[in-house]
Design a protein around this ligand. Structure first.
Ligand code: GLU
Length: 414
């Protein structure tokens, strides 16, 4: 299955409904530039390994390309094209002046030492350095990349340029120009949108039980912020399995336990009725809110019918296939789509860029307030378009994004 084809079908669906100029449609269906590089890296044992790296620059009509770099053994160009396209849409939905890009390196970072990971990252930076920069293309963390990796990219790029250029990447550690609030921005942004959704749909969603798929950066933060806000988190999972506690669990305890034991499913909480279940079982648990914060294509034709949630929040990119979208919509399950739900990450990345440019830094309270304003505005626009065009939130989010993109493309091209 091609993820990029799924993305194109989402574009086409929205384009038809909003009557998008076909010329703009064809621009948005084609990434502007695709860079593929070969990365020779010296391993700790003295051998040489060649890795493949890629960067897709999808669209820059509204500003410099923006988007993460993922390190994953299965990443490929089709996936990165899809992710880059979603970044263009995402930045436009939240109305920040940036375009869309995405990068990837085919590697399992868990198999590399820190020194090997650093050499690989610096090699990749040298290869893509002519194409990135604060005014060209600004990478950030994504799956299996983190603030330390961003610091290496910033350091290598700055050395090549002969001056300090903090704004070449975002998601940096606070010590080298990162922003307050970036670490949990994706989760926090998704929660702001969920809360707005719940205000509008209180008759549909009475309870507050939550299931979270994925326990990486987004999943672990969302679980504990929702728990602190009074939601009952009944299940969490990682790639190895899931933990289900019908009376609710404590996400912070689960996170500490996962750090010690390696698997969240084995973190059975004393005194609570918990059990180990599979990831597949987790997706069909009865709950009010299902949060998808793992990988793509998790809900598909084969399991969508069995979903028992009232609303799904896509904190990961592309976790629901277009076929599953149709099944869920026929069942009356609302989906808060990725390009809106997880846009908090890139929004605080944008704030980081702004702060780097000013060389003046905001408090976490200021970042939190600014993020809330952006996410609530984005929600309002998407919700209005969903009613106006009588469509799903996903199609409405694409329409919201593509209207702004159409305006920018037409204004620039005359
Ligand atoms: N990788 C994140 C995403 O998919 C963040 C991108 C960024 O901050 O540029 O939205």
């Amino acid at each position: 299955m091609s993820l990029f084809k799924n993305t194109l079908s989402q574009i086409d669906k929205a384009a038809e409904l909003m009557n998008l100029d076909p010329k703009v449609g064809s621009i948005l269906r084609n990434p502007e530039r695709i860079i593929e590089v070969s990365l020779p890296v010296k391993m700790d044992d003295g051998t040489l390994r060649i890795f493949r790296g890629m960067r897709v620059q999808h669209n820059s009509a509204r500003g410099p390309y923006k988007g993460g770099i993922r390190y994953h053994p299965n990443v490929d160009i089709d996936e990165v094209k899809a992710l880059a396209t979603w970044m263009t849409m995402k930045c436009s939905v939240v109305n920040i002046p940036l375009g869309g890009g995405k990068g990837g390196v085919i590697v399992n970072p868990k198999e590399l030492s820190q020194a090997e990971l650093e050499r690989l990252t610096r090699e990749f930076t040298r290869h893509i350095s002519p194409f990135i920069g604060p005014e060209k293309d600004v990478p950030a963390p994504d799956v299996y990349t983190n603030p330390q990796i961003m610091a290496w990219i910033m350091d290598e790029y700055s050395k090549l340029q002969g001056k300090n250029i903090a704004g070449v990447v975002t998601g940096k550690p606070l010590a080298v120009g990162g922003s307050e609030g970036r670490a949990d921005a994706t989760s926090q942004g998704g929660i702001f949108v969920l809360q707005e959704y719940l205000k509008e749909n209180s008759e549909k969603i009475g309870g507050k039980s939550v299931v979270v798929q994925g326990f990486g950066n987004a999943g672990s933060h969302v679980a504990h912020i929702l728990h602190d806000a009074g939601f009952k988190v009944i299940a969490v999972s990682d790639s190895k399995g899931a933990l289900y506690c019908k009376d609710g669990l404590q996400p912070k305890k689960a996170l500490n336990c996962k750090a010690e034991q390696g698997k969240v499913s084995e973190c059975l909480m004393a005194g609570q009725s918990c059990s180990m279940i599979t990831n597949e079982e987790l997706l069909t648990l009865e709950c009010d809110v299902l949060i998808l914060s793992a990988m793509e294509n998790q809900i598909h034709e084969g399991n969508a019918e069995a979903v028992n949630a009232k609303v799904i929040v896509e904190l990961a990119n592309g976790p629901i296939t277009p076929q599953a979208d149709d099944i869920l919509s026929a069942k009356g399950v609302d989906v808060i789509p990725d390009i809106l739900a997880n846009a908090g990450g890139v929004t605080v990345s944008y704030f980081e860029l702004v702060q780097n440019k000013m060389n003046y830094y905001w408090s976490s309270k200021e970042v939190h307030e600014k993020l809330k304003e952006k996410m609530c505005d984005a929600w309002r626009n998407v919700s209005i378009n969903a009613k106006k065009y009588n469509c799903s939130y996903r199609v409405a989010a694409f329409i919201t994004a593509m209207k702004r993109l159409e305006k920018a493309i037409k204004t620039r091209r005359g």
